[in-house]
Design a protein around this ligand. Structure first.
Ligand code: PGA
Length: 238
């Protein structure tokens, strides 16, 4: 099924979605073992990462690129998104090369510039693996957001603060973050957007059906080489 340039696949449930996502990622890694892979945290991709670790996949030459990090949060902090990415993806898959967003750097803008240079030196992103925020964000590209927005410090919207609070069991959610830029995400040679659960139904509909708009950053994916994997709960009656 294609929706104005975006390929959409609807899977029965979250487990089927994880298997399909793992199939696609496995295929891309086997084709190009030195892949640069933009890696999301959040709840949606976790089952995909677990599924990938069950497979006999050599990801040792992959470079994993961090999608976002809370501002001021170092790797020893339990809320570190790098820590989450390391535990869920980097270590289980034996990934050895990573490009990180240094959210404790004295100059966060300079840290973003360094990150962009490192990604550019790699030749950009081969595959972006993304979840869909309840407000339509990709990474922490919060609405409103233009497609040329670079890697930068951002302030989180109330919706992101609320959804992220569920990750940290009572700990305060930092109000700022560094995010890989919309430009870098949209420049990926291939993107997989994973969308699971009835609570994503409304924002998925807006992502696919509205004209691309700063109010729904994910809508800028339209016209890029993106596959949306949605489970039936998220797809609803679309
Ligand atoms: P989720 O988060 O996978 O936990 O739903 C997605 C996001 O906020 O980008």
């Amino acid at each position: 099924m294609t929706d104005r340039g975006v390929n959409v696949e609807v899977l029965d449930d979250a487990e089927a979605l994880a298997r399909r996502a793992a199939d696609l990622i496995e295929g891309v890694v086997r084709e190009k073992p030195t892949l640069s892979l933009l890696v999301a945290t959040g709840n949606t991709p976790l089952a995909t990462y677990t599924e990938l670790t069950r497979r006999n996949l050599d990801a040792s030459a992959v470079t994993a690129v961090q999608l976002d990090e809370y501002l001021g949060v170092g790797e020893d902090d339990p809320r570190s998104l790098w820590g989450w990415m390391r535990r869920a993806f980097v270590e289980p898959l034996g990934v050895r090369k990573v490009i990180r967003l240094d959210a404790t750097a004295p100059d966060p803008v300079e840290a973003c510039r360094r990150f962009e240079l490192e990604v550019a030196a790699l030749g950009g992103i081969d595959l972006a693996l993304l979840g869909l925020g309840p407000n339509g964000h990709l990474g922490f590209n919060e609405p409103p957001c233009l497609p040329d927005a670079g890697t930068r410090p951002v302030t989180l919207t109330p919706e992101s603060l609320a959804s992220n609070a569920a990750y940290w069991d009572g700990l305060a959610v930092p109000t700022g973050a560094l995010t890989a830029g919309m430009d870098l995400i949209l420049g990926a040679r291939q993107t997989l957007l994973l969308v699971s659960g009835a609570h994503k139904r409304g924002i998925l509909a807006r992502t696919l059906q509205e004209s691309p708009t700063p109010e729904v950053p994910a809508s800028w994916l339209r016209g890029t080489n993106t596959t949306v994997l949605a489970d039936r709960a998220a797809w609803g009656g679309l």
